[in-house]
Design a protein around this ligand. Sequence first.
Ligand code: KMH
Ligand code: ZN
Length: 273
Amino acid sequence: MDKLIITCAITGAETTKEHNKAVPYTVMEMVEEACAAYKAGASIIHLHARYDDGSPTQDIFRYKEIIEAILNECPDIIIQVSTGGAVGMSIEERSDVLNLIPEMATLDCGTLNFGGDEIFVNTENNIIYFANKMHELGIKYEMECFEKGHIDMTKRLIKKEIIKPPFHYSFVLGVVGGMIGEERDFIFLKDSLPDDATYSVAGIGKYEFSLAELAIKHGGHVRVGLEDNIYLEKNVLAKSNADLVNKVVEIAKKYNRKIANPKETRKILKMEE
Ligand code: KMH
Ligand code: ZN
């Protein structure tokens, strides 16, 4: 089995300091959270930008400031920017950050309900637009799939050679409106992937650690972080993103999975080819 890649989704666009005061907003807070997560074992930081008041933004200048500040402190870490942004943002707004040519970005592979009246829109043409732009700019992407139909969409686009290797997926499970993250859901998704694909899991809320354990057991990779889950255990808030990463490292020890550093992560994900 490959070493375990841990991604840390440090802030997201939805959780706030009202949910957990450790959710970072300012550049300084982002740097502290990202670097502590890295020291705990994360090799990829899944990054959303926010302004100091916590409002989510895809402002390219804000992203630049945050990315430069993180890389200044942790130069070898892999930054994966979000092209999902927040519900309601336009495709232009969401994609502008790609002009910074980040090392990695997300590619959201389908539309889904996102709780209440919210809809996270990713039409087939949106996906094609993002994939083409990332190929043009040489940006590696992680295909975020919130249910099985999203994997099927990627396979259709792989056949048309719009989505090209290396294929790396992220199963984001447990969003209100998306697929939940029980064991059978995980097995169904994992067994539906194209050959030669790598995958990571991101369990939302209560699914974070049960899914992480399944992925660790089956040779997949793991994302945790305050974007996805604010609790270390039931009714116990995580004090930081590093707390969540540490817990994954402990689970990995149980299964003898060693943790990949950023260099090893680039190799496992074939990012250097
Ligand atoms: N904030 C969600 C609406 C991504 O980062 O690409 C979308 C999201 C996915 O978080
Ligand atoms: Zn995200």
